[in-house]
Design a protein around this ligand. Structure first.
Ligand code: DLL
Length: 429
């Protein structure tokens, strides 16, 4: 099977590989990236000071702004003519974050993505429909290269044209579907509208990622499409998709730690947290040539579990991404994560999957939640009773009063990429 060996490295073997690669990578970054040389010199740190894995805590952090400050080409450690490709994320703050790859980087990324497919249960006989966006976004090309490396067959539908997606799924007998969980939800509705019974499809596995999604959403997708819905994590700065993925146990996402050294830190103090504590995830890329990132702060919050998984893999697991440090909303002085609101809403049977959080400014910050009623319940429930029930649940969990508006199924705009679940109107007022 593809990259069988790397998937099943023991913790000891992982740590050996990590130390060997870490030493080389720190030297590569120090020797070739002026920013790292400066950061190290300021601390009086030399690459030779990194002798054990624990020494990584001495290395200065890298943050997204370091990349933005190096626009357009990012933190290059190789001459430009050795760069084979760039990707970029649009960024809400204006300056795009550009990431660069050498030929070897693209190769490593393809291997990692092939490994993800294999870990999730796919193999070279699969027909993989890739409905992630192709282009500057890393989703499309990342899933594409990985599928080719796996020697499976790719149907590169990209995003959009839902009718054609469904036609391809049926006619090509797609067995693996790759898209955001939001788009999977939309496809389920579209299949129903088109009168296509999911039984007619051949899909077995969904590879869903690029945004947070809940266990309830997973259950809904699995039940509606009769598939196994696997979570996959990544980010553009870390090649793209392919950093971590679920195995069939669906008990956390295995991080490929022979390529990504992972730490959890306290986002406020920067201190390394003991194993198993929730914190901000920090990655050091161990072989990236074009753009070596040392201790990159992802702003993603999660718990890392180092216990060996039932599947036999020792690569530690991210126990689902619980939100981002920069996603945290402060409403009337209370800290709220959109994922907390989602958890409450999905627990109410009468509601659909689609919701939006709108922050308004009245005298105090105001939380306003719009949520669709589930099609089975629309027209059958008393809306004022239901909205009072939703408001009460939100208040109990968040200690915050929210205005709830129940919407007819299909009202909230559907997305083909990442869903925009929070609309913050406070900034523009
Ligand atoms: O979203 C790469 C990707 C493409 C991952 C396709 C998976 C599938 P960015 O656009 O740079 O890259 O966004 C990265 O998205 O820091 C997380 O906050 C979030 N994210 C990605 N995967 C997951 C996931 C791609 N499985 C940012 N669960 C990350 C929760 C996720 N959040």
């Amino acid at each position: 099977m593809f990259q069988e060996k790397e998937q099943f490295l023991s913790r000891n073997e992982i740590e050996q590989v990590q130390l060997e690669k870490l030493k080389k990578q720190v030297k590569h970054a120090y020797d070739n990236v002026p920013m790292y040389k400066r950061k190290f010199d300021d601390l009086g740190l030399r690459p030779e000071d990194i002798k054990t894995l624990k020494d990584v805590a001495k290395v200065p952090f890298t943050v997204k702004n370091d990349l933005r400050d190096h626009y357009p080409y990012g933190i290059l450690a190789v001459p430009l003519d050795e760069v084979n490709r760039i990707h970029a994320s649009s960024g809400t703050t204006g300056v795009p974050t550009v990431v660069s790859y050498t030929e070897q980087d693209l190769n490593t990324w393809s291997d990692l993505m092939a490994r993800c497919y294999s870990c999730a249960g796919a193999d070279d006989r699969d027909i993989i429909q890739n409905a992630y966006g192709y282009g500057l976004f890393t989703g499309g090309l990342g899933f594409h290269m990985g599928a080719e490396r796996l020697r499976a067959m790719v149907v590169p539908t990209a995003t959009g044209n839902t009718k054609r997606q469904i036609r391809m799924m049926k006619d090509m007998k797609t067995t693996v579907l790759c898209c955001t969980p939001s788009y999977a939800l939309y496809l389920i509705e579209a299949l129903e509208e088109e009168g296509v019974d999911p039984e007619e499809l051949s899909i077995k596995i969904g590879m869903f990622g690029a945004e947070p999604w809940s266990d309830e959403t997973r259950k809904h997708i699995e039940k509606s499409l009769h598939i196994k819905a696997q979570d996959l994590y990544g980010m553009s700065e870390l090649y793209g998709p392919g950093v971590a993925v679920e195995c069939p146990e669906q008990d956390g996402l295995h991080i490929w730690t022979d390529e990504f050294l992972v730490e959890t830190i306290d986002p406020d103090t920067g201190d390394v947290l003991p194993e198993g504590e929730k914190g901000e995830i920090v990655f050091t890329m161990l072989t990236r040539q074009a753009m070596p990132l040392l201790r990159y702060r992802t702003r993603d919050l999660a718990v890392i579990n180092w216990e060996k998984c039932k599947c036999g893999r020792s690569h530690p697991r991210i126990m689902r991404i619980k939100g981002r440090t920069d996603d945290m909303l402060i409403v009337g002085g209370v800290n709220v994560f959109p994922s907390q609101i989602e958890d409450i809403l999905v627990g109410i049977e009468e509601l659909g999957e689609q919701f939006q959080i709108i922050l308004e400014t009245a005298k105090l910050d105001h939380l306003y939640v719009q949520v669709e009623v589930s099609p089975q319940f629309w027209g059958k429930v008393d809306l004022s009773e239901l909205s009072a029930k939703v408001g009460k649940s939100l208040q109990e969990s968040l200690t915050l009063r929210a205005r709830v508006e129940l919407l007819e199924p299909g009202t909230i705009p559907r997305t083909q990429g990442k869903a925009k679940k929070v609309i913050d109107k406070r900034k523009v007022i």
